[in-house]
Design a protein around this ligand. Structure first.
Ligand SMILES: NC(=O)c1ccc[n+]([C@@H]2O[C@H](COP(=O)([O-])OP(=O)(O)OC[C@H]3O[C@@H](n4cnc5c(N)ncnc54)[C@H](OP(=O)(O)O)[C@@H]3O)[C@@H](O)[C@H]2O)c1
Length: 293
């Protein structure tokens, strides 16, 4: 394998994180090679191997996943196909080619019963099909144990290029004078460009294994929504409600803040607070104007 900095990014053409990764890789002097459905089916192991060989890829990032958390409850087979079986195939390919694989997992592998940030050593106990299939994906990758394997658990993504919780809230807040948002789930909101830059840093540090990586800090969905609406200067009121008042098919953790110490230890870097990422998202990416009140 060539020593050049070329990374195949599965999900890099259309995914929320995949797109941010391509930008971060390029900015860090890598050649990003995004792969989407129109290029080839990621389940086609031969095509993936040939593509990596042809482009002399020195890393593979996998952001392809079944991410519809509620839908997964009724669609376990497809969620399992994307969240467990696909990582297995990609892991086998990475091992055969001897290139590091960076794969993403989720805070939803935890049941949320802890009340201090979750470390990578904490025992996962997912309560949703999405969380269970993502955990199965992690486990199968560690069984394959390809050289330089990085499994990165992240959480609550927002950022440019694709609809996400924050963009949906801002859209609704323009049309309504009141929004009810869940206030009894606490997590780590994460700005995708920051996650992408830090993922590249982690890869370049030569680290391998399981890491937690998100923006610093914590919030409830309600706090995240209120902060976004405030920054955007919208006059919509945010009313806190409980999860019971907003019934969802999949059970979500009450608390899933991730501990970032292992990442900081490996790289010497500390991710920025989510509030700073949110400002960049609202003012730079969405182009809204800063206001004074
Ligand atoms: N979003 C979050 O809040 C969050 C939180 C924690 C962890 N994560 C993890 O972070 C990673 C990235 O998440 P994300 O939000 O960036 O995901 P995303 O925006 O939903 O992107 C998923 C990517 O997978 C592709 N994909 C889905 N099904 C496919 C299929 N059958 N064949 C080929 N491609 C397929 C999609 O392509 P199309 O656009 O063509 O469908 C898209 O490019 C995932 O591993 C996810 O589990 C996300």
């Amino acid at each position: 394998m060539s020593g050049g900095k070329r990374a195949v990014v599965l999900g890099g053409r259309s995914g929320l994180l995949g797109r941010a990764l391509c930008e971060a890789l390029t900015a860090a002097g890598w050649e990003a090679l995004p792969v989407g459905r129109s290029d080839f089916d990621p389940f086609d192991q031969g095509k993936l191997r040939d593509h990596c060989r042809e482009h002399e890829a020195s890393a593979i990032f996998n952001t392809v996943a079944y991410t519809a958390v509620d839908k997964a409850e009724d669609d376990r087979d497809e969620a399992c196909r994307l969240n467990r079986n696909l990582p297995r195939l990609i892991g086998l390919t990475a091992r055969e080619l001897a290139v590091p694989l960076v794969h993403y997992s989720t805070d939803f592998v935890f049941d949320g019963r802890k009340d201090a940030p979750y470390t990578p050593e904490d025992k996962p106990s997912p309560e949703s099909v999405y969380g269970q299939t993502k955990l199965a994906g992690e486990q199968v990758l560690f069984e394959i144990d390809s050289p330089g394997l990085l499994v990165i658990r992240t959480s609550w993504l927002f950022g440019p290029g694709k609809e996400n919780f924050v963009s949906k809230i801002l859209h609704l807040a323009k049309e309504r004078d009141k929004l009810s948002v869940v206030a009894d789930q606490t997590g780590s909101p994460t700005y995708t460009p920051d996650l992408a830059v830090n993922s590249v840093l982690l890869l370049e540090s030569g680290a391998s294994g399981l890491f937690h990586l998100c923006s610093s800090g914590k919030a409830t969905w309600c706090e995240l929504a209120a902060e976004a609406i405030k920054l955007a200067g919208l006059r919509c009121r945010v009313e806190p409600i409980t999860s019971a008042e907003w019934p969802a098919k999949a059970k979500r953790p009450r608390y899933s803040v991730l501990d970032l110490d292992k990442f900081t230890h490996a790289t010497g870097a500390t991710p920025r607070p989510w509030e700073q990422g949110l400002r960049d998202y609202v003012f730079r990416d969405l182009g809204l104007t800063e206001h004074d009140d």
